[in-house]
Ligand binder design. Structure first.
Ligand SMILES: CC(C)(COP(=O)(O)OP(=O)(O)OC[C@H]1O[C@@H](n2cnc3c(N)ncnc32)[C@H](O)[C@@H]1OP(=O)(O)O)[C@@H](O)C(=O)NCCC(=O)NCCS
Length: 310
C-alpha cells in the first residue's frame, strides 16, 4: 500500500518509544484503505479486513461471526490520529456495511499506548483480550510440584482434556470474547484430538489420579516476514493456548504448580519466552498471569455488535 510506507516507519519509531518489547510495525494487510486528516494537516490511514467465521470455524469460539478488523497506520500521531481514524471508520461503516447482531469491530494495539486507549474507549471499544508475554528464565531443576502430579497428556486422555477445556471455555465466555456455540464441544473435541494425536504439548495436573488442571501449549516461531513477527520479537516462542483448573480446585495452587513445570519444560526446548491471550475482565486470570511473570504487550479492543462503534 503506497500511502503507508512513511506511516509504517513513523509508527515503528513510536512503538519502539512506547515499549521495548514491541517489534517494528508490520506492513498492513490487503483490504479496504481508510484515511483521515488531522487538524494540523497530517494524514493517518488504516486498512479494514472483513472476516466471516461460519459454524465449522474453530475461531467462532472466540470471535463474533462477522468481524471488521482495522489495522491503524497512525505514524507518530498517537491519540489524535486514532480518534480521527475511528471517526472515519464509523462513517465508512454507515456507508458500506449493515452489521448483524453477531458482529464486531476489532483493533489490536500496543497496550502501553495510553493516548490511543483514551480514543478507543471514547469510540465505544472495550479491552476484551490482551497478548501477554514472559521472557524465559532458564534456571536450576525444579522441585516436584507439592500438591499435584503433572504428566504429558496422551490421545487416550481426550475426554478428560475436553472436560477441562470446556470448563475454561464456559468461564471465559462470562468474562471475555469467548462464545459457547451450540457445537462448541464437537469443535473442541476435533481440535484437541488432533493436538493429542500429533504429540502436542499438553499437560495434565492430577490429584489422587484425578485430573484437575490442563495446560495446552504449542511452539511457534517469530521469523522475519511472518505474521507473528508483527506481534512478537524474533525467536522461538512457547504459546499457552489454554490453562484450566476445575472450579472446585481453583485457588489452591494447581495453576501455579502446573505453569512452573510448563515454563521449565518450554525453556528446555529453547524458547526465548512464552505468550498467551488473556481477558482483562477475567478476575482470576488477569491476576494469575501477572503473578506468573507475564505482562501485556498488545490489547485487542472490540465492540460488539459492530454497529455500536461510536
Ligand atoms: C486462572 C486459573 C487457571 C488459575 O489457576 P488456579 O489453580 O486457580 O491458581 P492458583 O491457585 O495456582 O493461584 C491462584 C491463587 O491461589 C493462591 N494459592 C497458591 N497456592 C495455594 C494454596 N496451597 N492454598 C490456597 N491458595 C493458594 C495463589 O497464591 C494465588 O493467589 P495470589 O495470586 O493471591 O497469591 C484458574 O483459576 C481457572 O481455571 N480459572 C477459570 C478459567 C480461566 O480463567 N483460565 C485462564 C484463561 S487465560
Amino acid at each position: 500500500m503506497a500511502v503507508g510506507r512513511d506511516l509504517v516507519q513513523a509508527q515503528s519509531a513510536r512503538f519502539a518509544a512506547l515499549d521495548p518489547l514491541l517489534p517494528p510495525a508490520a506492513d498492513p494487510p490487503e483490504g479496504q484503505v481508510l484515511t483521515a486528516a488531522l487538524p494540523d494537516g497530517r494524514r493517518v490511514a488504516g486498512v479494514v479486513v472483513r472476516q466471516h467465521y461460519g459454524r465449522t470455524a474453530l475461531a467462532s469460539l472466540w470471535s463474533a461471526e462477522e468481524t471488521w478488523e482495522l489495522t491503524p497506520l497512525l505514524g507518530g500521531s498517537g491519540g489524535t490520529g486514532m480518534s480521527a481514524l475511528l471517526s472515519a471508520w464509523r462513517q465508512w461503516l454507515d456507508r458500506v456495511a449493515d452489521p448483524g447482531g453477531d458482529s464486531a469491530c476489532v483493533v489490536t494495539w500496543p497496550s502501553r499506548d495510553a493516548e490511543a486507549t483514551r480514543a478507543l474507549l471514547d469510540h465505544g471499544l472495550v479491552p476484551l483480550s490482551a497478548v501477554a508475554v514472559r521472557r524465559a528464565v532458564p534456571g536450576p531443576d525444579l522441585p516436584p510440584p507439592a500438591t499435584v502430579t503433572v504428566r504429558r497428556a496422551a490421545p487416550a486422555d481426550l475426554d478428560t482434556v475436553l472436560r477441562l477445556a470446556m470448563a475454561e471455555l464456559e468461564y471465559s465466555a462470562l468474562v471475555g470474547p469467548t462464545v459457547v456455540r451450540p457445537n462448541a464441544v464437537s469443535l473442541k473435541r476435533a481440535a484437541l484430538r488432533e493436538r493429542l494425536v500429533s504429540g502436542g504439548l499438553v499437560w495434565l495436573a492430577e490429584q489422587d489420579g484425578i485430573a484437575v488442571g490442563l495446560a495446552e501449549c504449542a511452539l511457534t516461531s517469530s521469523e522475519p516476514g511472518s505474521w507473528t513477527s508483527g506481534r512478537l520479537p524474533l525467536g522461538r516462542w512457547g504459546y499457552v493456548n489454554c490453562l484450566s483448573v476445575l472450579p472446585a480446585a481453583r485457588g489452591t495452587g494447581v495453576g501455579q504448580q502446573l505453569m512452573a513445570l510448563v515454563h521449565h519444560e518450554l525453556s528446555r526446548l529453547g524458547v526465548v519466552g512464552t505468550y498467551l491471550y488473556y481477558n482483562p475482565p477475567n478476575p482470576l486470570s488477569s491476576v494469575f498471569w501477572l503473578r506468573q511473570g507475564y505482562r501485556p504487550l498488545w490489547t485487542v479492543w472490540e465492540v460488539r455488535p459492530a454497529g455500536a462503534l461510536r
